[in-house]
Design a protein around this ligand. Structure first.
Ligand code: HEC
Ligand code: HEC
Length: 228
């Protein structure tokens, strides 16, 4: 019996930005990056600093290559901000987007980090949708064989494994990160044990398989909408 994706992907209804994101080339966006303003109180950090690139609802921005961070749990936000500060993420010369976050994270005080993480956790997450024409049936096999042990049956991540919640991230962002992990642009710095797991995991995977597995994660995001 042929397998049909659960929610039917709507393929190709985005602009050529998709190709730029999934070609394997990590290039700097040609548009000028917005300049965040430093807030006067820590509570204003999300609105004054983070929202400039991640959107007022934390929904992300394809043109800026900034992910949807709405609803990410505080432990994961702190973990990634610490990695950006400690050079474990965002210092590779080809990681233009990570370098932006490295600069931002370094400028935050502990109070600002706490306030931003709390604001982000309270935002409603945006369930992943799929427009990259991946085959979610093949993606299901890939996910069940290679990802489920760490990211859970519903791809919601697991604090015990420090694995990222995936179902609120955009498809193009996940594919871009999987390419970065595979190509050693993320997950290869000494001390980044979590990233190293992803580098190992993606080592023999193709871009097509990344699109397939992300299509299945979009299915999971719809199926478990009430379990962010
Ligand atoms: C100048 C634009 C810009 C600003 C301002 C900005 N970010 Fe980011 N952020 C990005 C980009 C681009 C990425 C993707 C990095 C990558 O591709 O690895 C990112 C990634 C992240 C991630 C990693 C998400 C994940 O799923 O791993 C977190 C967490 C994050 N940002 C939090 C913040 C917080 C908190 C603030 C405000 C204090 C902030 N960002 C401000 C552009 C920005
Ligand atoms: C051995 C455990 C493990 C396995 C197996 C695993 N992951 Fe991960 N994954 C992690 C951890 C830990 C992180 C956080 C990495 C970091 O801190 O940079 C992560 C991060 C990610 C990210 C980045 C999320 C973000 O917000 O930037 C994506 C996407 C991802 N994994 C997808 C997958 C997919 C798809 C598979 C299967 C092909 C998979 N993972 C298999 C542990 C795992």
């Amino acid at each position: 019996m042929s397998c049909v994706g659960l929610f039917g992907n709507s393929c190709g209804d985005r602009t050529s930005d998709n190709t730029a994101n999934t070609s394997g080339q990590i290039t700097q966006s040609t548009i000028e990056m917005p300049k965040p303003i430093m807030p006067t109180t820590a509570q204003e950090t999300f609105a004054s600093v983070c929202a400039v690139c991640h959107g007022v609802k934390g929904e992300g921005n394809l043109a800026l290559r900034s992910p949807s961070i709405a609803g990410l749990p505080t432990w994961y936000v702190h973990m990634q901000l610490d990695k950006f500060v400690s050079h474990q993420r965002g210092t590779h010369p080809q990681d233009m987007q990570g370098q932006q976050m490295h600069a931002i994270a370094k400028a935050l005080t502990p109070a600002m980090k706490n306030a931003a993480a709390n604001s982000i956790e309270q935002l409603l997450h945006f369930p992943t949708t799929s427009a990259l024409c991946g085959n979610s049936c093949k993606g299901e096999d890939l996910f069940k064989n290679n990802c489920i042990d760490c990211h859970r049956y519903n791809a919601s991540g697991e604090i015990a494994f420090r694995s990222a919640p995936l179902t609120g991230l955009q498809d193009w962002y996940m594919v871009a990160q999987l390419i970065k992990f595979r190509n050693g642009i993320r997950g290869k710095i000494a001390g980044d044990e979590d990233g190293a797991k992803m580098h190992l995991q993606t080592g023999s995977m193709t871009d097509e398989q990344f699109r397939d597995v992300v299509a299945y994660i979009a299915d999971l995001a719809q199926r478990y909408r009430s379990e962010p």
